[in-house]
Design a protein around this ligand. Structure first.
Ligand code: C5P
Length: 228
């Protein structure tokens, strides 16, 4: 039988982009396939965890044995994340849109001679920061992602202070890497003890391998044992 080192642990994972409506037919989105988050959900499930995956719109089938909640917008994603608590471990792999349109059109916006329709943007809730700052209901281990196109490690380090999470998986998503939508990923795992941050750079791997390795680190953190 498979070892189930995360048996009895509740894991919550966000994945994919969010879609923020402009009008009934248009939206603002992020370029995220959801592959990395789905792979983490599958790896956590294989390790015996009770997994809830909260996903924005993606073209992927639901992983077997995982509770999946499909959402569109950042606000819906936050609602489902809050509904999935309590959790022992929370992993925020979603590429959440930072802004949504304040003046969402009830009807399709039309071209007029008056020029472009003004789009007013308002900030979306930061789901990772919100959950990291919870009191009693904060998961014991909160993991964020930092997808950057430049100054990767510095940007990722700055995120610890802003978000309040425990670990950050930093990845370079500049177009030349092919990470966005692709099957491979090059990541750096940042962990911290108080203000001391350590950076562990992993070799290029498939997104499944990144997921397996991340789950192995989680197992090690929770049980103090090395997964094989
Ligand atoms: O600030 P930035 O978007 O770069 O942070 C990325 C991390 O924060 C990811 O883990 C992402 O899932 C999470 N995030 C979130 N809610 C937001 C924006 C980002 O949970 N509104």
């Amino acid at each position: 039988p498979q070892p189930r080192p995360l048996a009895g642990k509740r894991v919550l994972i966000t994945a994919g982009p969010t879609h923020e409506p402009i009008d009934p037919v248009r939206y603002i989105a992020n370029r995220s396939s959801g592959k990395q988050g789905f792979a983490i959900a599958a790896a956590a499930q294989a390790a015996g965890a009770d997994v809830t995956l909260i996903s924005g719109p993606v073209d992927l089938g639901d992983p077997a044995g995982v509770r999946v909640k499909h959402v569109e917008s950042a606000r819906e994603m936050l609602q489902q994340v809050e509904a999935a608590l309590p959790a022992d471990i929370a992993i925020f792999a979603a590429a959440v849109a930072d802004w949504r349109v304040a003046n969402e059109g009830e009807q399709k916006l039309k071209k007029t001679s008056a020029g472009m329709p003004p789009l007013q943007l308002v900030e979306n809730p930061d789901i990772l920061a919100t959950i990291s700052k919870l009191g009693d209901h904060r998961p014991k281990l909160v993991i964020g992602f930092a997808a950057e196109t430049e100054h990767l490690i510095d940007n990722a380090k700055a995120k610890f202070a802003r978000k309040g999470c425990d670990w950050i998986v930093a990845n370079d998503v500049s177009p030349a890497t092919g990470v966005m939508g692709g099957d491979r990923n090059t990541v750096h795992l940042l962990t911290r003890k108080g203000t001391e941050i350590s950076v562990d750079s992993w070799p290029v791997m498939t997104k499944e391998q990144v997921a397996t390795e991340l789950v192995a680190r989680i197992v090690q953190n929770f049980t103090g044992t090395q997964a094989e």
